[in-house]
Ligand binder design. Structure first.
Ligand code: CDP
Ligand code: MG
Length: 709
């Protein structure tokens, strides 16, 4: 590999020359060249994500294959690719592109490819040797996302064997692992003591203050939204020029905070009310994952002279995206996190206190250009009592069903002794195996079934995939594809802030639900999809019905993509079944095949009880068309749950007991330890004997059950 003399690079972009990484570009490319694995660390904002791929590109790595850079968040993959395309002066999607779930913006010419970690994981599945790539950069390792952690283990497993790493390649694959924190020793030893390249950063001191309003008891309330708004406003009026970055947890909260702040900012008289006379206005910008990308781009632009920028963001601004010019941080102390909830036995998104290390990371965002200030709205007591030291990696707190299936399809049979950077608790792995067994994706010996091989192709929740495949085998995929697409996009229903508008929207939404005939939230989604699609003016249709047109547009695209996957699979050995029931019940019966793990039965009044062994008491969420009709329902299935003071089930559909009668025993009949003993590749003879007798007992039980029927 010959690299061009780097000194002569005409880095036109003077801004990128200022970045700390620039000084080290020669040594860095050399380090990548010299070792199969390399760990790169450096403060957030030092230029790792945007610059290193460009250096490698210029050093000629692309002659041997593309450069992949993974990101845990889709927004980060998209905005960073935009930025890099701009720096490399090419249209996005040409030399520089991105690929995220359901959105591929790459072409034949793409050599620098930003992608989500989930997308790369799918590519490993199709081509474990990653033969298209010369370098794979796993970025944002410190975020410890589930998919990144799995990729790390896989790449270690596949490429730490030199023979495998070079098999069929002119140039051995280089793996670079980038992190913003100082876990470099742990990473390096995990990757066989590989070299570490630390980019020295310069940061300025940030003074942090605690508040008095938000204490440990405020976890469940949204009082902190008001408090951050008050604090941001105080900073705006009393501090010298410099931009503000506010951390909140999610879209609706952020929009509310922006509205409140906007109202307050309107009242400012700039002649008297602000301390710094150079400050003449406030520009308020929201930043969250599902925002349109052109709006996201605005975040990075410097504000007009005299105007102070205030970005109200989710945790995405903590490490994935760096906004220049930030001098003040307002930290709410909370984050939205996907956690496995043992009370309901499902993964749910919940608002939790951030960790102390996360709080330090947030504060650090104020010290990039000069000394900064961080205003924590929570008390010192909150910090001490409610905030953990470190954030627990996702792999240790969420469902592993999808990744265990992926691993198994990659031939990693022993998912328990897979090289995990941090090992998940065994019961989480067992839970995943159990779910896969329930969905018929693996057999009792832990081996992937034919169905499992089909399931792994869909980037959807396994239960939803199971239903979709059932429908496809009955030839009625047109019922399930739109439903799956609608459940994969965010926020279909517009919820206006003002009460009178809310009433109007509610009325429209109720109208959409009754149109279906029988009340069923899944069927409502299908009907919305179909009505909008067949409308002459779909965007007007959405507006009239208080539906987000942007969400529907993505649902259309997702549906097409799912259909393509299905068509491809149908050319393989695809199961065919016949249906001899009532046609009008087809959708609901297909749903039961994948959602029998989410069955609830009315226990008394409005209270339902789940049937999955947890026996949680749940209520139908007010957003469901079945809310207020509980009295007539006995059995329902639901898509997900929301936990507040109560456990609510959302996207609900009534079913008949007969449809799940044969499936429900599956929830209990399998003993997870039976599955786990087969998960191990090297079972001793003694264990094998034990297993065999257990299996015999198991089979006996099954045949008895069949006889009973
Ligand atoms: O990856 P790391 O945190 O080390 O830094 P980076 O994301 O490469 O950011 C380097 C610089 O690019 C920062 O000054 C960012 O503000 C800037 N950037 C930008 O202006 N627009 C983007 N979409 C992404 C980064
Ligand atoms: Mg980065």
């Amino acid at each position: 590999l010959t690299s061009p003399p780097i000194e002569t690079w005409d880095s036109e972009d003077s801004e990128s020359k200022q970045l700390p990484i620039y000084q080290h570009r020669n040594k860095l490319t050399q380090a990548v060249k010299n070792s199969p694995f390399l760990v790169v660390t450096g403060e957030t904002g030092s230029g790792k994500t945007t610059q290193l791929p460009q250096y490698l590109h210029r050093a000629g790595f692309c002659k041997y294959g593309k450069i992949a850079i993974t990101q845990p968040r889709r927004v980060a993959a998209i905005t960073v690719a935009q930025r890099v395309a701009q720096e490399m002066r090419c249209p996005l999607g040409r030399e520089v592109g991105y690929q995220v779930r359901f959105d591929d913006c790459t072409s034949q010419d793409t050599v620098v490819k930003y992608m989500t970690d989930g997308c790369l994981l799918r590519e490993v599945l199709a081509d474990p040797g990653l033969s298209q790539y010369s370098v794979v950069i796993l970025d944002e390792i410190h975020e410890r996302s589930l998919n990144t952690d799995i990729l790390l283990g896989l790449l270690k497993k596949i490429f730490s064997n030199p023979a495998k790493a070079t098999k069929g390649r002119a140039f051995p694959l280089k793996v670079v692992v980038m992190s913003a924190t100082l876990e470099s020793d742990k990473l390096s030893s995990f990757l066989g003591d590989c070299p570490v390249f630390a980019i020295p950063g310069r940061t300025f001191p940030v003074t942090c203050t605690f508040g008095s309003a938000i204490g440990p008891k405020d976890i469940e309330s949204t009082a902190y939204v008001k408090e951050v708004v008050k604090m941001a406003f105080d900073v705006h009026t009393s501090e010298v020029a410099g931009d503000i970055l506010v951390f909140l947890t999610g879209q609706s909260e952020i929009e509310r905070a922006c509205d409140l702040l906007f109202e307050k900012a309107e009242t400012v008289d700039y002649r008297f009310d602000v301390q710094d006379p150079t400050v003449e206005g406030l520009l308020i910008l929201p930043l969250y994952g599902s925002m349109p990308t052109d709006q996201q781009r605005q975040i990075f632009q410097p504000p007009p002279p005299g105007i102070r920028k205030c970005v109200v963001a989710t945790n995405i601004a903590a490490t994935s995206l760096t906004i220049n010019g930030i001098k003040y941080i307002i930290d709410s102390g909370f984050v939205k996190q996907l956690n496995h909830n043992s009370r309901v036995g499902m993964d749910i998104l919940e608002v939790v206190p951030i960790s102390k290390s996360e709080a330090q990371q947030r504060a650090g965002r104020a010290g990039r250009i000069s000394a900064g200030k961080c205003f924590r709205i929570y008390t010192k007591e909150f910090w001490e009592k409610s905030m953990p030291e470190y954030t627990i990696p996702e792999i240790q707190r969420t469902s592993l069903t999808a990744v265990v299936l992926t691993l198994k399809c990659l031939g990693v049979n022993d998912v328990i002794s897979f090289p995990y950077l941090d090992r998940p608790e065994e019961r989480f792995i067992l839970e995943a195996l159990k779910q896969l067994y329930q969905f018929d994706a693996i057999d009792r010996r832990g081996r992937v079934t034919q169905l499992g091989e089909l399931m792994v192709e869909f980037p959807l929740h396994p239960g939803l995939t199971r239903s979709l495949l059932k429908a496809a085998s009955l030839g009625c995929q047109d019922l399930l594809l739109p439903v799956a697409a609608m459940l994969s996009v965010e926020n279909i229903f517009i919820r206006p802030g003002r009460p009178e508008k809310q009433k109007e929207a509610d009325k429209k939404h109720r109208g959409l639900a009754t149109r279906v005939g029988s009340m069923n939230d899944f069927a409502t989604l299908l009907s919305i999809f179909q009505s909008c699609k067949s409308s002459d003016r779909p965007s007007a249709w959405c507006k009239e019905n208080w539906i987000h047109w942007r969400a529907l547009k993505s649902a259309f695209s997702v549906e097409t993509q799912l259909r393509e996957i299905l068509l491809r699979l149908q050319q393989r050995n695809f199961p065919v079944e016949t249906f001899d029931g009532n046609k009008s019940e087809l959708l609901r019966q297909c749903l039961c095949t994948g959602y029998f793990t989410n069955v609830a039965r009315r226990s008394m009044g409005k209270v339902f009880c789940t049937m999955d062994g947890h026996g949680s008491m749940v209520h139908i969420h007010p957003s469901s068309s079945l809310f207020d009709q509980e009295a007539e329902l006995n059995w329902v299935i639901f898509h997900d749950v929301l936990v507040t003071s109560r456990v609510y089930i959302r996207t609900v559909c009534p079913i008949r007991y007969e449809w799940v009668k044969d499936l429900l025993p599956k929830l209990h009949e399998v003993d997870v330890y039976e599955l786990s003993s087969v998960a191990r590749e090297e079972v001793t003879d003694k264990e094998m004997k034990k297993w065999e007798t257990r299996e015999a007992r198991f089979l006996l039980r099954m045949s008895q059950k069949k006889l009973e029927k």
